[in-house]
Each structure stands twice: as C-alpha cells, then as structure tokens.
Design a protein around this ligand. Structure first.
Ligand SMILES: *[C@@H]1O[C@H](CO)[C@@H](O)[C@H](O)[C@H]1NC(C)=O
Ligand SMILES: *[C@@H]1O[C@H](CO)[C@@H](O)[C@H](O)[C@H]1NC(C)=O
Ligand SMILES: *[C@@H]1O[C@H](CO)[C@@H](O)[C@H](O)[C@H]1NC(C)=O
Ligand SMILES: *[C@@H]1O[C@H](CO)[C@@H](O)[C@H](O)[C@H]1NC(C)=O
Length: 327
C-alpha cells in the first residue's frame, strides 16, 4: 500500500494540483500524514486506517479522472482560484528556464564621434573581461547612416549576439522595433558642441594619442598649410571648415535613420528629444564623465560595476587610457 501511494503521488498529485489543492475534503497531504502516523507504530495498523487510506486514494484518483475527462478542474476549484487570484504554477515557481536575463541584457552604445567614446570603449574592454558580457564592436567608423536593408541586416546581426551583449558603433539611432526586434537599452555620451568642434579640428589634423600616423588616414590629402592653420585664423577668416562647425552633427545619433533626421531643423530635434526620453537609459555629458560613469555603474551594474575605480586607478590608466582631454 505504501508503495502504491508513492506511485500515485507524483503522477496524479503533481499535475492537476500543483499546490496540493484539496479535492472533496480529502487532501493528499492529509492522507500521507495519516499513513505515517498509522504505520510508525506498526502494531496500531488497523483495518479502519487501511480503509481510510484506500478511500482517500479512490477519491483522489476519481477526481483526477474527472479532471482529465471533463477538460478542466471542477467548478469549486475554479471559484477558489478566482478568489485566490489568477496565479498559476508558473507564476509561483518561476518560468521554465528561459533566455531572458533578469537585467537589461541588450545594450547599444551608438557612440557619437569625438565625445570621449574611445576612452569608454577602452573601459568596456576591461569591464567585459571582468564581468563576462559580450562586447560587440564594429570596424566601421565612418558610416553612420544605413539603407533600409543595411539597417535590417545590422539589427539582425546585433540581435543574434549572445546575451548579455553591449554593441557599440558610430551609428545613428536604429529603431529595432520597426524591424520586429526587441528594442535594446540605449546609452550615449555627448559633449559641449564647441569642445567637440575643437577636438575634431585637431583630430583631423594630428590624430590623437592612438598613433602618429593617424592623421595620414583621416586627411591624407590635406596640405601642410591647412594642417598647421591656426584655429583662430580659421574662424576669423571664415574658412569653410570653420564657418560651418557642424553643430547639428550630434542630433541624428538620437533622431535616427530617417532622411529628415539629417536636415537641421525643428523636426529632427523634436524627434531626437522624444527618442532620448523613450529609448535612452542615459545620455551623459563628457564634461562630467565621472558622474556619468557612476550613474552607469548604478544603472547597469552587470556591465559597469567598478568602472569608476578602473577609470581612476592610476596604474591601468597609464597603460590603457589616454591622458585626460585627448578626446
Ligand atoms: C482572474 O481571471 C478571470 C478571467 O480572466 C477574471 O474574471 C477574474 O477577475 C480574475 N481574478 C483576479 C483575482 O484577478
Ligand atoms: C569608410 O572607410 C573605408 C576605408 O577605411 C572606405 O573604403 C570607405 O569608402 C569609407 N566610407 C565612407 C562612407 O566614407
Ligand atoms: C553580420 O554578420 C556577418 C557574420 O558575422 C558578417 O559577415 C556581416 O558583415 C555582418 N553584417 C553587418 C551589417 O554587420
Ligand atoms: C520605431 O518603429 C515603430 C514601429 O514602426 C514606430 O511606431 C516608432 O514610432 C518608431 N520610433 C522611432 C523613434 O522612429
């Protein structure tokens, strides 16, 4: 008898009544309690106990049968459930193992050029090893706008990356939901437009700390005269490069891939602001980088925990980070 009941329990007990819900006043839990009491002192094992056990079992089996034949639990269980709320087995015991991670696991940093992004990417390389997330970088640095097909392909590529991932590239905002993807969490860092203009002016001419040859790649055909042109003269004499400082440059990173996003104007600005509100977890400013890193550490600890101490630590900083203010 003991054996029989043990066989019954997992089958009929676990499925229809995961909570061990009572049926017809004969809860399975009570049955096994009763059995233990009567079996332990073997001498007191009586016919009455045996009958009680079998009756419990019978009611239990019949209930299970009706449940399955009738296509659902009896009415009073449904009433009970309505009273208790609509939680299900899955609600109480957690979903089956799924790929959804309990924190934002899809992060995109569509970094704006000359806004400190190289420093952040260096930090990300250290962090990705430390925290074991998937840092996906791109080799394409000069293509921020994409055709519809390119957007689709890139979004597909990003979405299939192993999570948690952080994708980063110089690219205008991509609308994942437009192509049926999950919208990732966006982060970005911008900078005072005048500082950005200054940084870009010198970067085009002399590169940055990365290498002395860098400027040869950026502006190989620039004449020596132009390369060593004083920025004050460039501005005062209204050279084309300085009369159009491209202050609008930052907006399309937040507005998106729509052609109107690249026309300086109200429409693009409003859309960029809307997007920042709806899709960006954080848009930091380079002038307050330490605060930005602290916020990232709080908002996305699985990616950025400890970033501030890495940034401030003089040792690795000397090895991997540029001196302050180079980007
Ligand atoms: C449970 O769901 C039913 C039908 O969907 C609904 O009528 C009922 O109000 C819900 N009960 C609770 C407590 O949410
Ligand atoms: C981007 O750079 C690559 C080489 O680095 C060059 O072949 C390509 O034409 C550039 N594309 C644009 C849009 O400037
Ligand atoms: C997508 O990934 C494939 C393979 O990793 C690569 O060859 C292709 O260039 C990627 N496409 C884009 C748009 O990044
Ligand atoms: C993204 O695409 C969805 C679906 O097409 C659209 O409803 C939404 O307005 C778009 N958002 C942006 C910022 O373009």
């Amino acid at each position: 008898m003991k054996k029989k009941q043990q066989q019954q329990h997992p089958g009929s007990g676990a499925d229809p009544w995961p909570h061990g819900a009572p049926l017809g006043g004969a809860p399975p839990g009570l049955g096994s309690w009763k059995r233990r009491v009567s079996l332990l002192p073997l001498l007191r094992f009586s016919l009455r106990d045996y009958g009680f056990c079998m009756a419990t079992l019978l009611v239990f089996c019949l209930g299970s049968l009706f449940y399955q034949l009738g296509g659902g639990p009896p009415r009073f269980l449904l009433d009970l459930r309505q009273y208790l709320g609509n939680s299900t087995y899955l609600d109480d015991h957690g979903p089956p193992p799924s790929k959804t991670l309990p924190f934002p696991s899809q992060v995109v940093y569509n970094r704006v050029g000359k806004c400190g992004s190289r420093t952040v990417v260096l930090l990300l390389r250290i962090l990705s090893e430390k925290h074991g997330f998937n840092l996906v970088t791109s080799d394409i640095h000069n293509k921020t706008r994409l055709t519809k097909n390119e957007q689709m392909e890139l979004i597909k590529n990003i979405s299939t990356a192993e999570q948690p991932y952080l994708f980063t590239r110089h690219v205008h905002f991509l609308n994942f939901s437009r192509f049926g993807g999950d919208q990732p969490v966006y982060i970005n860092i911008i900078r005072d437009p005048v500082n950005r203009f200054l940084s870009n002016y010198f970067f085009r001419r002399f590169g940055d700390w990365r290498g002395e040859q860098n400027h040869m790649i950026r502006t190989p055909s620039m004449s020596q005269e132009e390369r060593y042109l004083d920025i004050n003269e460039c501005i005062l004499a209204n050279y084309p490069e300085c009369s159009n400082p491209r202050l609008f440059y930052i907006i399309p990173y937040f507005c998106g891939q729509h052609p109107r996003c690249r026309e300086p104007g109200e429409w693009a600005l409003e859309r960029a602001k809307l997007n920042v509100n709806e899709n960006f977890l954080l848009v930091g400013i380079l002038e307050e980088l330490e605060d930005v890193l602290l916020l990232l550490e709080r908002f996305l600890p699985h990616y950025f925990k400890g970033v501030l101490s890495i940034y401030k630590d003089p040792e690795p900083r000397r090895q991997v980070l540029p001196p302050k203010g180079t980007e």
